[in-house]
Design a protein around this ligand. Sequence first.
Ligand code: SF4
Ligand code: SF4
Length: 140
Amino acid sequence: MKGILRSLLTVIKNTFIRSITVLYPYDRIIIPYNSRGSIRLVVDLDTKEIICDGCGECVNACPLKLISVEKVSHDKKIKNFYVDISRCLFCGLCEEACKKDALKMNFNYELAERDFSALRHDIDKLTEYAKPKVKEFWKS
Ligand code: SF4
Ligand code: SF4
């Protein structure tokens, strides 16, 4: 009897306390700025080019070797850049390793895909955020 009363009191008390959870996906919380979500390649807003020169520091820093860079030979430009997000630990070591601030972690946490291969993000996916046609998820 005591237990039932205690449970009842807890229910009544919690009815008047503001909820700290939301009914996702109908409601969304504002994610703190420095959260570690999806990885993106930084695009220079003036030249519209990515800053990455393919030095490979982030490739070496990733403990699971999830990053690979394809470079254009005899050039500083990169052809493609891949991150296998399916196994990513979101540790941020790749971001820390990049001295040029060319790779950043985003606060987008909605990374689910129906097709497993879509979790291998390529240069298009990693710069998608910078394309004006993409509606940012937190504004929807
Ligand atoms: S993202 Fe940074 S660390 Fe990684 S290859 Fe590009 S410039 Fe080098
Ligand atoms: S966040 Fe960590 S695990 Fe994920 S790609 Fe970067 S270094 Fe690798």
